[in-house]
Design a binder for this molecule. Structure first.
Ligand code: ADP
Ligand code: TYD
Length: 206
């Protein structure tokens, strides 16, 4: 039996990590085998790349270098973690995947989407079976993200204008890949959001 690959997407602070964990708990409760993972990271090599890309000054890497680093991390994560788990019949829940590169590296510093797509086709070649986009007002998302106080703030420092463009970028992707995207309103109580997501996933599993 083959498993299923589910990704969470959305701007910083939209509630992806919270909801990914809650979905994993809900599905385990139903007796399913679940692997909860995240990007950048999710395998030992990709976690090393994670610190390189998320820490330090905002101008530490150009957008082009970031595309290479995120794709390298994703390739390792896919080979070592995601594909073996899907092959073993597990539900793989991933906090961010290639749609984040399409938005963050594809639109934030010029139009680099074509470069993201070329590398994705050659090196990754796999989309999630289902993508849950947690849509959120950027001001609320940014306030939530800033409340966390971590060293991984390179991208949160983009500011509000950019978060507005990224939200629009994610909603555009939801239209482009409408077969696998489901858009969920994240500006509600976490329990309400979690119930809607569990219902969507149960529908996709049958
Ligand atoms: P993301 O992974 O998208 O950056 P998180 O799940 O880490 O978002 O959530 C960011 C912050 O907002 C956390 O402090 C979390 O506890 C809080 N949070 C998550 N979901 C909600 C919600 N529905 N309502 C209020 N606060 C929330
Ligand atoms: P994440 O830990 O999910 O941050 P958050 O919880 O704030 O949403 O991701 C870290 C940052 O990495 C986030 O600001 C988005 C960025 N990122 C990219 O720029 N490109 C990518 O391909 C991925 C996966 C993440």
């Amino acid at each position: 039996m083959s498993g299923i690959f589910i990704s969470f997407e959305g701007i910083d602070g939209s509630g992806k990590s919270t909801q990914a964990k809650r979905l994993a708990d809900a599905l385990r409760h139903l007796g399913l085998e679940v692997l909860l993972t995240r990007e950048p990271g999710g395998s030992p090599g990709a976690e090393e790349i994670r610190s390189l890309v998320l820490e330090g000054a905002p101008d530490r890497w150009s957008a082009e270098t970031e595309i290479l680093l995120f794709t390298a991390a994703r390739r390792d994560h896919l080979e070592k973690t995601i594909l073996p788990a899907v092959a073993a019949g597990k539900v793989v829940i991933c906090d961010r995947f290639a749609d984040s590169t399409r938005v963050y590296q594809g639109i934030t510093r010029g139009d680099l989407r074509a470069k993201v797509d070329v590398l994705h086709r050659e090196m990754i070649g796999r989309e999630p079976d289902l993508t849950l986009l947690i849509d959120m007002d950027p001001q609320t998302g940014l306030a939530r993200a800033k409340g966390r106080q971590t060293a991984e703030e390179r991208f949160e420092d983009f500011g509000l204008d950019m978060q507005v463009r990224m939200r629009a970028g994610f909603l555009d992707l939801a239209q482009e890949f409408s077969n696998r995207f489901r858009v969920v309103d994240g500006d509600r109580d976490a329990d309400v959001v979690a119930d809607e997501i569990t219902a969507l996933v149960r529908k996709a599993l049958v």
